[in-house]
Design a protein around this ligand. Structure first.
Ligand SMILES: Nc1ncnc2c1ncn2[C@@H]1O[C@H](COP(=O)(O)OP(=O)(O)OP(=O)(O)O)[C@@H](O)[C@H]1O
Ligand SMILES: [Mg+2]
Length: 448
């Protein structure tokens, strides 16, 4: 599907019109059409029509799908014909009502089918020889339904295969939240969720300004790219590549997650360790899935520890290196062509290939926090309900210990556990204990 088909942030929580009336009407039309086709197959009176559609196949006219709701919106946006609308509804119907799958069985000579197949779809929309030829073209990879990603045929070249509606589309039309796919070798990305908002991120002024500008750019993307036509007017005008670089624990991943949340977009983190798996030959296929899905669902793609792949390329050495280089080139070109938002995070800017740096639209440095930021971090990482001794001087602690945001969070969490097991109120002593642990973990000595 073109990225314009499903509105961003679908299903818009709370604002989706209840699709019940729309779906009921569409399923009734489908049901009536199935009845006509079954009758025809039994040698009943041919030529019964569900309206005047002009092509003699007895299809309901397109206006019958005019309704208020996501289905009508998809039909209009994708500019579907009556036959295409019927196929789309037929692919979705068994997911809402399993009786449709049973009824489809009567439209094919294959005994057991579990959902819509290409053949059933063809039998549904065509009865004449000419109609069947047209239907075959309509259901091919070049047809609007498949080329726009609304439906897929599995296996692709075989009309006896399953015709499945895009899961995000189904979720949207049925008004349920989309299933989030879990990471696997075939889909090396996991959903990135957060309880944080951008307000929780503590940054020095320079970084803050840039993060806010990026957030605004993401929010106004639809206006500029779609409404004002930049997407259609330029090549690669819709993509946005951002790089967050800085030491570990400074809030890069947190910011990426909070950006997505504030824009109401899902985010996926691409799992690079899964990429360098023994399934290396499958990598391109797996990555293609991630990018396609991200484009369809308008999610933000996050590549953590981007240096691993976007770093200076290795000289061509053994076969494995050559292979890896080929994968890297594929990844780079997909990132560049991606119509959505990609956030890369890295600990060291110098590690990112300079040729690739030129492709990055927004670079934001996440420095180690200074004393002022640290004091704000100590205050914000502690939940409001955490009982704290009033004698604690967070300003003094912040000045004294140059820790990162992640270390301050971990030290506070340690202190909270200590407090829970003795005293029930966090004291300076508990905090100092937590701080000491952070220095031990980093293999450093505690500043005096
Ligand atoms: N700038 C910050 N503002 C607020 N909280 C922060 C900040 N930096 C870190 N934290 C806290 O530390 C946690 C871990 O930070 P995060 O994982 O975002 O760091 P990172 O920069 O991605 O580190 P790495 O380079 O190791 O991946 C955050 O979830 C948050 O609780
Ligand atoms: Mg990170």
């Amino acid at each position: 599907m073109s990225s314009g088909t499903i509105p961003a942030g679908h299903p818009p929580s709370g604002t989706t019109p209840a699709p019940v009336a729309e779906l009921r009407a569409a399923f009734e039309i489908l049901d009536a059409l199935i009845a006509v086709r079954i009758e025809e197959r039994r040698g009943g009176p041919a030529g019964r029509c569900l309206g005047i559609d002009g092509n003699g196949e007895g299809l309901p006219p397109l206006e019958r799908f005019d309704g208020v709701g996501p289905l009508a919106e998809v039909i209009a946006l994708a500019d579907l014909s009556a036959a295409e609308a019927v196929v789309l509804v037929a692919a979705i119907a068994p997911l809402a009502d399993e009786r449709f799958a049973v009824r489809y069985g009567a439209l094919t000579d294959r005994p057991s089918i579990t959902g819509l197949t290409g053949e059933v779809a063809r039998n549904l929309i065509a009865r004449s020889f000419r109609g069947r030829l047209d239907a075959t073209v309509l259901l091919s990879a070049q047809g609007r339904l498949r080329s726009q990603g609304l439906l897929s045929l599995d296996p692709p070249g075989d009309l006896s295969g399953s015709l499945r509606a895009d899961p995000a589309l189904v979720a949207w039309v049925l008004g349920v939240p989309p299933e989030i796919e879990a990471a696997s070798a075939g889909f090396p990305a996991r959903p990135l969720t957060t309880v944080h908002t951008l307000d929780d991120v503590v940054l020095p002024a320079a970084a803050r300004v840039r993060v806010d500008a990026l957030a605004a750019r993401i929010t106004h993307r639809d206006t500029v790219v779609d409404d004002w036509g930049f997407g259609a007017h330029h090549d690669n005008a819709t993509g946005l590549i951002a790089l967050f670089h800085g030491p570990p624990g400074t809030g890069k991943t947190m910011t990426a997650a909070a950006l997505a949340a504030s824009a109401g977009l899902p985010a996926y983190v691409v799992d690079l360790s899964a990429l360098v798996s023994k399934y290396i030959g499958e990598t391109e296929k797996a990555l293609a899935k991630v990018f396609d899905r991200a484009a369809r669902e308008r999610c933000i793609l996050v590549f953590d520890e981007a240096d691993a792949i976007f770093g200076a390329r290795t000289e061509v050495g053994d076969a494995h290196d050559r292979y890896a280089n080929q994968e890297v080139s594929y990844l780079l070109s997909r990132v560049e062509q991606h119509p959505g938002i990609v956030v890369l995070t890295s600990n060291l800017l110098a590690n990112i290939d300079t040729a690739f740096q030129r492709r990055i639209h927004v670079m934001i440095e996440f420095p180690e926090p200074g004393p002022g930021e640290r004091e704000r971090l100590w205050t914000t990482v502690a939940p409001d309900r955490l009982p704290m001794d009033r004698a604690i001087d967070l300003g003094e602690i912040a000045r004294r210990y140059p820790l990162t945001g992640a270390q301050i969070r971990d030290a506070t969490l340690d202190a909270a556990y200590l407090a829970a097991s003795n005293g029930r109120v966090v004291t300076t002593e508990h905090l100092l204990n937590g701080i000491r642990r952070q220095y031990e973990k980093a293999g450093k000595s505690v500043p005096r």
